[in-house]
Design a protein around this ligand. Structure first.
Ligand SMILES: Nc1ncnc2c1ncn2[C@@H]1O[C@H](COP(=O)(O)OP(=O)(O)OP(=O)(O)O)[C@@H](O)[C@H]1O
Ligand SMILES: [Mg+2]
Length: 289
């Protein structure tokens, strides 16, 4: 499917030439292939939100370029609108941006801006609501009557309804209870499997990233620390700990068992992988890897 987003020498400085000057992105090079599920992880302040806001042209690079399907998104400012439809961004705490009188109108806001026909908009609103698990009965309600998790899903549906080629979510589970978190993560995963689109998910949880991502992007101090498969990234447990990040729980379990003399393979990061490796070990088969 090819490369969908490319960042070339991307640098971004907040408040340049003031005492508050802050280089939030420092010479970033990155290529994201279409169809990947990218988990973005890193400390608070490492540059995750600044990075993703460049991908749909909300922020303009101080230096360097952002390419969408090989074209510089800033080349023609009139086309930026199209980029914002193609690269959909769900902000952190997006429910604060709900403002319409009904859920339906809120989800329809993006598609309406795209100038689609009323029938098309109606179809997209229903499709998006169903993709995020919102029952039809809620469409006529006011967003303010909904629970926190439902509001979050309305906001996500509003972006999905634009059918973006890339869906970016900045910590979509922040502040939700465990059940709400799990539902949203599963729905995002299902959306990815069903649509085959590119998804970027910013998360503070290594375990969530380990469960869902096909590629892991680790940000550290305004730079890319790693961009690779989960296996390859979580094999660098020592380095991750050095920059103050952890590894998924199952990677820790496998490390601890290895230290106790059980020859488990490297690159374990999910419960399924750990179970399979242990079964192989106790059955006396050859371990993979
Ligand atoms: N509007 C702003 N003005 C000045 N500095 C900013 C602004 N927004 C972010 N920064 C700074 O830029 C750096 C990167 O911030 P960013 O929000 O991209 O990090 P993050 O990885 O998303 O963090 P978090 O995990 O807390 O969301 C931080 O040092 C932050 O303080
Ligand atoms: Mg952030």
């Amino acid at each position: 499917m090819g490369t969908i987003l490319t960042l070339e020498h991307l640098t971004y400085t907040y408040s340049p030439d003031t005492p508050f000057e802050k280089v939030a992105l420092d010479d970033i090079d990155l290529s994201i292939e279409a169809g990947e599920f990218v988990g973005v992880i890193g400390h608070t302040g490492s540059g995750k939100s600044t990075l993703i806001q460049h991908m749909n042209g909300l922020l303009q690079p101080t230096k360097g370029r952002v390419l969408f399907r090989g074209r510089d998104i800033w080349e023609d400012k009139k086309k930026l609108r199209q980029i914002r439809f193609a690269v959909g961004l769900v902000f952190q705490y997006p429910e604060y941006q709900l403002f319409e009188e009904t859920v339906e109108k809120d989800i329809a806001f993006g598609p309406t801006n795209m100038g689609l026909s009323p029938d098309e908009i109606k179809g997209r609103v229903r499709e998006a609501a169903s993709l995020v698990g919102l029952p039809e009965a809620l469409l006529k309600k006011s967003p303010f009557e909904l629970s926190g998790g439902q509001k979050r899903r309305v906001a996500i549906a509003g972006v999905i309804a634009m059918r973006p080629q890339v869906l970016i979510l900045d910590e979509p589970t922040a502040g939700l209870d465990p059940r709400g978190r799990e539902m949203i993560l599963r729905q995002i995963k299902e959306y990815h499997t069903k649509m085959g689109n590119t998804v970027l998910l910013v998360s503070h949880s290594m375990d969530d990233v380990a469960r869902f991502a096909s590629r892991v992007l680790v940000m550290n101090r305004s730079r890319v620390f790693a961009y690779d498969t989960p296996e390859a990234v979580f094999c660098r447990g020592g380095e991750l700990r050095e920059i103050g990040l952890s590894v998924p729980q199952m990677t820790m379990v496998a490390d601890a068992l290895r230290q106790r003399g059980y020859p488990l393979p490297e690159g374990i990061y999910t419960v399924e992988q750990a179970a399979q490796a242990l079964l192989l070990l106790f059955r006396g088969g050859d371990a993979p890897c």
